[in-house]
Design a protein around this ligand. Structure first.
Ligand SMILES: NC(=O)c1ccc[n+]([C@@H]2O[C@H](COP(=O)([O-])OP(=O)(O)OC[C@H]3O[C@@H](n4cnc5c(N)ncnc54)[C@H](OP(=O)(O)O)[C@@H]3O)[C@@H](O)[C@H]2O)c1
Length: 500
C-alpha cells in the first residue's frame, strides 16, 4: 500500500457466500500483487466457533477456485499471515468488547469495516461499534456496505441516516461491484476520449439503446435473499441504472468522483416512463417456470423459495429521458435468470442515413456493441461494399476484444479486488453516492406500489428461453427487437423504423 498507516480490515459476515466467493479471493489477489502492507490485518468476524486455522481450511477450496492468479503455496502462505478469525456474534452489542480488545492489541491507524451481512444488521453493527467506544479514537474509520441498501425507500433512508450520522458521508462506501468492472469504466473513455463517438452521441444520431444482463443460472443457493429482492432490486435498480447513467450522462467537468456522480444523478432524475400511470406500458415482469425438456425446475420449486412466490426473476423496461439531448430515444433495459444466454452488454443502434443512394440494397443499421461479460470489448457493425462488380452491400465489423489477450487478463484486477484496494486508499470514485441510491429506490417504490395495487402482471416464461413474450412485445410496439449478444445470432430488427 502506498500509505504507511497500519490498516485493519474487519469483515462482518465472514462465514457467508460473499466473503468466501468474492472477498477472500480478492484479498489473496491483493496480497499476490503486494498491495497489502506487511502489518495489514484482515479480521474475519463470525459466530461459528472456529480457530483461524480452521477458518482458513474452510476458505481454502474457495480461494483455489476464485483467485485470478495461479494458486501457489508461497502466495497462500503470504496471504494467510494477514488473516485472523474472531469468534463473536455481531448481532449482540455486548460482545463488541471482544473486538475492542483485539483492536487495542493491533494498534491500527486506519479501520475499514465491511458489512457482508443482510441490511437489517447495518445499523446494529454501526451503533454497537460506536457504543463500544471503538470509533472514539483519532484513527480513520470507513464502512463499506453492499446492496441491497435496505428493503424499501423508507428503510434505505433510515439506514443511510444512521450510517452517515455515525461515520460521516465521506466514510460510507457503497459498493456496486459493476463499477469495478473494466468495461464499465471503459464506457467513459470510449465516449469522452473519442471525438468520433461523442460527436454522434445524441438523439439526432442514436435510434435506441439496449442494456441487457441475462443469466443462465437460476437462484442457486441464494433463494432466501433473492425471493425478497427479485430481478428489479437485484440487478436493474443498481447495476443496470449505473450503466444507463454512464451511457447517457453529459461530459463531467473533470474525472473527479463528485463531478462524475453529479452527471450520473442528473440522468437518473431525468428518467421518464416509470410513473404509476405509465408503468403498465413500460414494464414487464416475469418468472421462470420449468423448462419444456424438464431440465430446469420452476422458480417456485427452487430450494428455500416460497411455493406461491410472486417474485420476478425477469424484468424488462422501456424508459426515456427528460433531456433535450435524448428526446424520443428509447432506452430498453432487461435482466433475468434462467435465460438462454449469459451476457451483459449494451447495444447502441444508430439512425439510418437519410438519403436514397443505397435504398435498394437495404443497408443494415449501424450498431455499436459494448460487451461487459462474458467477454469484454467493443464491436462495431457497419455497411461496406461487397468486393467485386456492382454496388451490393455487406455487413462488416470491427471487433476489439479487451479480455482476449492473456496479458490483459493478468493485468486487470477483478471488480472486488479493485474496489477493496480503492476503499483502502480512500478513493471513492467507483462507489455510489446516497443520491444515486435514493433516486433508484424512488422508482422501486413506485413499482412496488403499482404491484400492490395489482397494476402489474407477472408473466411466466419457460426456463432456458429468452424470457416472456410480453418483453418482446414491448419492443415490437416500437418495431424493434432485442438484439442478441452472439454476433452470429443477431436478430434482425424489423423491416421498418419510425425514423425511416
Ligand atoms: N453473495 C453475494 O454474491 C452477494 C452479492 C452482493 C450482495 N450481497 C449481500 O451481502 C449480504 C451477505 O450475503 P451472503 O450471500 O454472504 O449471505 P450469507 O451467505 O447468508 O451470509 C450471511 C453472513 O451473515 C452472518 N449472520 C447472519 N445472521 C447473523 C446473526 N444473527 N448474527 C451474526 N451473524 C449473522 C452469517 O453467519 P453464520 O455463518 O454464522 O450464519 C454469514 O456469515 C446480503 O445482504 C446479500 O444480499 C451478497
Amino acid at each position: 500500500m502506498s500509505d504507511q498507516q497500519r490498516t485493519v480490515f474487519t469483515i462482518f459476515g465472514s462465514t457467508g457466500d460473499l466473503t468466501y466467493r468474492k472477498l477472500l479471493p480478492a484479498f489473496y489477489n491483493l496480497s499476490h500483487r503486494n498491495r497489502l502492507a506487511e502489518d495489514f490485518v484482515l479480521l474475519c468476524v463470525g459466530r461459528k466457533n472456529y480457530t483461524t486455522e480452521q477458518y482458513l481450511e474452510i476458505a481454502l477450496p474457495w480461494l483455489k477456485k476464485g483467485v485470478r492468479f495461479n494458486f501457489t503455496q508461497e502466495a497462500y502462505d503470504a496471504f494467510k499471515k494477514h488473516v485472523r478469525y474472531v469468534v463473536m456474534d455481531m448481532s449482540d452489542p455486548g460482545q463488541y468488547v471482544i473486538l475492542k480488545k483485539d483492536y487495542e492489541t493491533i494498534q491500527a491507524s486506519l479501520h475499514l469495516y465491511y458489512l457482508a451481512v443482510a441490511p437489517e444488521y447495518f445499523e446494529k453493527v454501526a451503533r454497537s461499534l460506536r457504543d463500544a467506544g471503538i470509533l472514539d479514537d483519532a484513527t480513520g474509520h470507513r464502512v463499506i456496505v453492499e446492496k441491497p441498501f435496505g428493503k424499501d425507500l423508507q428503510s434505505a433512508r433510515e439506514i443511510n441516516r444512521t450510517m452517515t450520522e455515525i461515520f460521516g458521508e465521506a466514510n460510507v462506501y457503497r459498493i456496486d461491484h459493476y463499477l469495478g468492472k473494466e468495461m464499465i469504466q471503459n464506457i467513459m473513455t470510449l465516449r469522452f476520449a473519442n471525438g468520433m463517438f461523442e460527436s454522434v452521441w445524441d438523439k439526432d444520431h442514436i435510434d435506441f439503446v439496449q442494456i441487457s444482463a441475462t443469466e443462465t443460472v437460476g437462484v442457486e443457493n441464494r433463494g432466501p435473499y433473492y425471493d425478497q429482492a427479485g430481478a428489479l432490486q437485484d440487478m436493474v435498480q443498481n447495476h443496470l441504472f449505473q450503466i444507463l447513467s454512464l451511457i447517457a450522462m453529459e461530459a463531467p467537468k473533470s474525472l473527479d468522483a463528485k463531478d462524475i456522480r453529479e452527471k450520473q444523478i442528473q440522468v437518473l432524475r431525468n428518467i421518464e416512463g416509470l410513473s404509476k400511470e405509465e408503468i403498465t406500458q413500460s414494464l414487464v415482469l416475469g418468472q421462470y417456470v420449468a423448462s419444456r425438456d424438464h431440465k430446469w425446475i420452476a422458480y417456485t420449486d427452487e430450494e428455500k423459495v416460497a411455493k406461491d412466490s410472486l417474485t420476478e426473476t425477469f424484468a424488462a423496461l422501456h424508459v426515456t429521458l427528460k433531456d433535450p439531448n435524448w428526446t424520443g430515444v428509447p432506452f430498453y433495459i432487461r435482466s433475468g435468470k434462467r435465460l438462454r444466454q449469459r451476457a451483459t452488454y449494451v447495444v447502441i443502434g444508430f439512425k439510418r442515413q437519410h438519403n436514397d443512394l443505397f435504398a435498394a440494397q437495404n443497408p443494415s443499421q449501424d450498431l455499436l456493441l459494448i460487451k461487459i461479460q462474458p467477454e469484454e470489448g467493443i464491436y462495431f457493425r457497419f455497411n461496406a461494399k461487397k468486393p467485386g462488380y456492382g454496388s451490393e452491400i455487406s455487413r462488416v465489423s470491427m471487433d476489439f476484444c479487451q479480455s482476449c489477450n492473456f496479458d490483459n487478463r493478468i493485468n486487470t484486477p477483478e471488480a472486488y479486488e479493485r474496489l477493496l484496494d480503492e476503499a483502502m486508499s480512500g478513493d471513492d470514485t467507483l462507489f455510489t453516492s446516497w443520491q444515486q441510491v435514493e433516486t433508484t429506490w424512488q422508482f422501486a417504490q413506485v413499482i412496488s406500489d403499482a404491484r400492490n395495487e395489482g397494476l402489474i402482471k407477472l408473466h411466466p416464461y419457460p426456463a432456458g428461453t429468452d424470457g416472456p413474450q410480453a418483453a418482446h412485445d414491448l419492443l415490437m410496439k416500437d418495431h424493434r427487437r432485442w438484439i442478441d449478444y452472439e454476433l452470429s445470432e443477431y436478430s434482425e430488427t424489423l423491416q421498418h423504423y419510425p425514423n425511416d
